[in-house]
Design a protein around this ligand. Sequence first.
Ligand code: AMP
Length: 279
Amino acid sequence: MHTLHSISAFRAARRLLTGPVGLVPTMGYLHEGHLSLVRRAKAENDHVAVWIFVNPTQFGPHEDFTRYPRDEARDAALLAAEGVDLLFMPPVEAIYPEGFGTEVVVHGVTEGLEGAIRPGHFTGVATVVTKFFNIVQPDRAYFGQKDGQQTVMIRKLVLDLNLPVQVVVCPTVREPDGLAMSSRNVYLGGLERAAAPVLHRALQRAESLWRNGERDATVLREAMRAVLAQEPLAQPDYISVADPLTLAEIAGRAPARGALAYLAVRLGATRLIDNVVLE
Ligand code: AMP
């Protein structure tokens, strides 16, 4: 595995790869969720490039950019063991040099859910993902369903701007108790960690109602609210049943194409998000 820190060095190494390249963009502090994306990329492409970059522009001023967990040596060892070809870990100045002044804004699908609570977050993501695609020029790029709204936005970005990359969305990898793996799970204290599987339990409740034919979005939302209410530490930011394409909140009956059940819940100072596709 070659580890590169500058754009010019990365481009030079990229030019030597022949055959399809799969890209896995991450913010590092890797877990099995990230590695599942790497394995899928490895299975579907001749080469795999992984990007580790804690992107400052997708964090709000009061968010956790400076304390976001990092462990570059461990990440590099995990990726080398997976047979990754190129690991790109640029410094912030390489991606946002002095005078940087362009933003990529995706409208519509970024306005609700996380977008409503984290203003500017998705513009930061869309801008840096566009830069990833331009620098890496991957054939395919791999993203996790864990960040469901992000996947919908990236599909729209690729479609709207005719970006020559195939977006592949991979299933959410969970801990044995159902908690979706996340680099931010290390923030959870003991009691919060014990409470955290309530998100998955609430989503499972919606899933089981859905399987039994329930299509009324209000009923599904209320069922998730009731499960979350059983856990006193859980403070929901939102409980959503949204259209899977537009992410607009569904008022009555879910459309035939299905729905996305989506939760953001605060446990103490930590915010967790999770979702399931209802189809
Ligand atoms: P992050 O490092 O949190 O920005 O995540 C990098 C990529 O890994 C994103 O596409 C995430 O959706 C994906 N990812 C994060 N957690 C999981 C998980 N538990 N299962 C599957 N994919 C994940």
